[in-house]
Design a binder for this molecule. Structure first.
Ligand SMILES: Cc1cc2nc3c(=O)[nH]c(=O)nc-3n(C[C@H](O)[C@H](O)[C@H](O)COP(=O)(O)O)c2cc1C
Length: 278
């Protein structure tokens, strides 16, 4: 046995943790293959949301999330990842693993993976410390993305208005509605948004219209911190990197005992995507 090569059990364990990553509508649009120390990640384009995500941006962001979850899990298992992003047109990442003693930080971040989940309920107001904000901002910067907190009322209102407009436009689109209904309200499926995670009669404007909602909202006055995550450009590589950064941010939030929810509905329509909020 070569101790410089990860065994199949280790790679499968890292993939099993990685696939708990967030993905749009929990569509899990990824495909993993591995041999020896090399692991390949491809997009499963059959799982792209044709109505909500015609350009495949959310699909690539989802794949970026699973890529970051994978490297985080591998690091905690004692394997550092060298990632070659988009080496071929149909390959999102080729990952090679090399033995490396896990650092405390690797273990702490990987421990957040099974604890993290999307929470669509209203959050209580508990101002974040500057230290916590910095940790979140830095977790994105490492992945070539920028995380900005929307502190001012005009910025928060601009984002909320864009989200409401996108939701209204989507409500008027029967094909979008059919697709959303087919991916949500599920009871026992391994993918899609489960009914128990969709909020019943929510007053929060940023929440999508998932079907058959079962989760009761909190009675908190909505005090969520709103942030915008951006990359320098909108190339396929930027989208993948945005997903890696999004994963790093939500895992860091979980480490800080904060709830989180990714929101992309206003980014899915050209007219709301073009609006300036910060
Ligand atoms: C690219 C992307 C876009 C998402 N967009 C939204 C969204 O607009 N609204 C929402 O409530 N959840 C959104 N999510 C969260 C997913 O619905 C969630 O990750 C998925 O249902 C799996 O659930 P979990 O995060 O609890 O594991 C998004 C996730 C990703 C990765």
């Amino acid at each position: 046995m070569d101790h410089n090569l990860p065994d199949a059990y280790t790679v499968r364990a890292a993939i099993a943790l990685a696939v708990r990553a967030p993905s749009v509508h929990n569509s899990q649009p990824w495909d993993w293959r591995f041999s020896g120390r090399t692991i390949e990640l491809r997009a499963d384009t059959g799982r792209r949301l044709r109505q909500a995500d015609p350009e495949g941006r959310d699909l690539l962001i989802s794949c970026g999330c699973v890529l970051h979850h994978f490297t985080t899990a591998a690091a905690a298992l004692g394997w550092a990842a060298r990632v070659d992003r988009m080496p071929d047109p149909d390959l999102l990442a080729r990952i090679e693993l090399f033995p490396r003693e896990p650092r405390e930080e690797d273990i702490a971040l990987a421990t957040a993976i099974p604890r993290r989940r999307t929470d669509r309920r209203r959050y209580a107001t508990r101002p974040l410390t500057a230290w916590a904000e910095n940790r979140l901002v830095r977790s994105a910067t490492v992945h070539d993305a920028m995380l900005r907190f929307l502190d001012g009322a005009p910025q928060r209102s601009a984002l909320t208005a864009a989200a409401v407009e996108a939701r209204d436009l989507h409500r008027a689109d029967p094909d979008y509605g059919l697709e959303l209904a087919s991916w949500s309200g599920r009871r026992y499926a391994a993918d899609g948004v489960p009914a128990r995670n969709a909020v019943l009669t929510t007053a929060a404007p940023l929440v999508r219209d998932f079907s058959n909602a079962l989760l009761t909202d909190t009675d908190a006055h909505d005090g969520a911190a709103l942030t915008v995550l951006s990359t320098a450009d909108d190339t396929p590589l930027d989208r993948l990197r945005a997903g890696e950064a999004a994963s790093a941010v939500v895992l860091t939030a979980t480490r800080l005992n904060l709830a989180s929810c990714l929101v992309t509905e206003p980014l899915e329509l050209p007219c709301t995507r073009a609006q300036q909020v910060c």
